[in-house]
Design a binder for this molecule. Structure first.
Ligand code: GLY
Length: 346
């Protein structure tokens, strides 16, 4: 088992990573909190698999909310339902909310916990690879608005994150592969050893170490720039073009990981045009080896238009993350006019 801690501006996050540590949740909760009540939020996919098991870990009576599974429910109506459940459960600021699920459950529960009573303790138990290596760590919480994804949110650190890598063994292949896009990202932006680890044919035997290496990078980056004003942007490698492609596909045709894989290949192509290290072949082959697409599914012109509405863009430029050399990410502001030429030129 690995332990990492992340010191945020207002609280410390203890992150445990290991095979089978789900069954140690109650022990770590007792070490860290003194709750009278615990409320679990999960979704309709995860509840039948793990909710009963989690509740049985605790000597207390646990209450729960089961939200419908899917990004389309990551909205303020669902948050209002959670507030009503928290109130019915009579949660106070010394109580604990546990988010049990993938990225959607983690984001929405984190947001509800950040805002209910101006903030109650939250623990994340991520059940997808993507949530384990990315969204459960670092305190970004959010919900979607009809105008766009993640437009309402808060930075709010989960004080405890329990990452059980045994959970990954039962994930359907496409969901597992989706998370591998983020794993590959960490390899290129910071630690090429991750690419060596996942290139082994039996890499799934080594997920505890692989997840640890990824989370360690995320911890270091978030600790240096919790509020995403500088270094944290490097975590967006592959995400600028990726988000644009997701948007063109109405957020239904491509999964997030698929879009990030396509985005990383395109970002690598852009780096070559700017005279930087050529990693196109390396990124393409490792993504393909993990069942991820690498070809642009839509015209670049459409993706470029979608990118212009990215909430992270500045007035006249977009901060592009480029890898140069392998294992080192740079934030590269590119004026919109130049970007259009670069991405559309063959
Ligand atoms: N998922 C990117 C970040 O947490 O900043």
């Amino acid at each position: 088992m690995y332990h990492l801690s992340l010191q945020g501006a207002t609280s410390k996050s203890d992150i445990y990573i290991g095979a089978g540590i789900f069954s140690q949740t109650a022990k770590h909760v007792a070490e860290k909190f003194k709750p009278t009540r615990i409320h679990v939020v999960t979704d309709s996919n995860v509840a039948p698999l793990y909710l009963k098991q989690l509740c049985a870990e605790f000597p207390l009576n646990i209450t729960s909310s089961v939200i419908p599974a899917g990004e389309e429910y990551k909205n303020l109506d669902t948050v209002a339902g959670l507030y009503a459940d928290f109130s019915e459960a009579e949660l106070t600021r010394s109580d604990l909310v546990i988010a049990l699920g993938g990225g959607v459950v983690g984001d929405i529960t984190g947001f509800a916990a950040a805002t209910y009573l101006r903030g109650i303790h939250v623990c994340q138990i991520p059940t997808t690879l993507l949530a384990q290596v990315d969204s459960s760590v670092g305190g970004k919480t959010a919900v979607d608005l009809p105008q766009g994804k993640n437009l309402v949110g808060a930075f709010y650190q989960p004080e405890l994150v329990m990452i059980d890598t045994d959970i990954l063994t039962t994930l359907p292949e496409p969901i597992f592969n989706d998370g591998m896009a983020e794993v590959i990202k960490y390899g290129f932006i910071s630690n090429p050893e991750i690419i060596d680890l996942i290139s082994a044919s039996d890499f799934k035997q080594n997920m505890e170490r692989i997840v640890y290496e990824c989370v360690q990078i995320k911890r270091d980056v978030v600790q240096a720039d919790e509020r995403d004003t500088g270094l944290r942007m490097i975590l967006n490698f592959g995400h600028t073009i990726g988000h644009g492609a997701e948007k063109v596909g109405h957020f239904t045709e491509l999964s997030h990981g698929q879009a990030v894989a396509i985005g990383m290949v395109q970002a690598a192509r852009l780096a070559v045009k700017l005279g930087e290290t050529d990693l196109v072949e390396q990124i393409t082959s490792i993504c393909q080896a993990h069942g991820l697409p690498t070809k642009l599914p839509y015209p670049m012109e459409d993706i470029y238009t979608a990118m212009l509405h990215d909430k992270k863009r500045a007035a006249d430029s977009i901060n592009f993350i480029l890898v140069h050399p392998m294992g080192k990410a740079n934030i590269h502001p590119i004026p919109l006019e130049q970007l259009h030429q670069l991405v559309t030129a063959e």
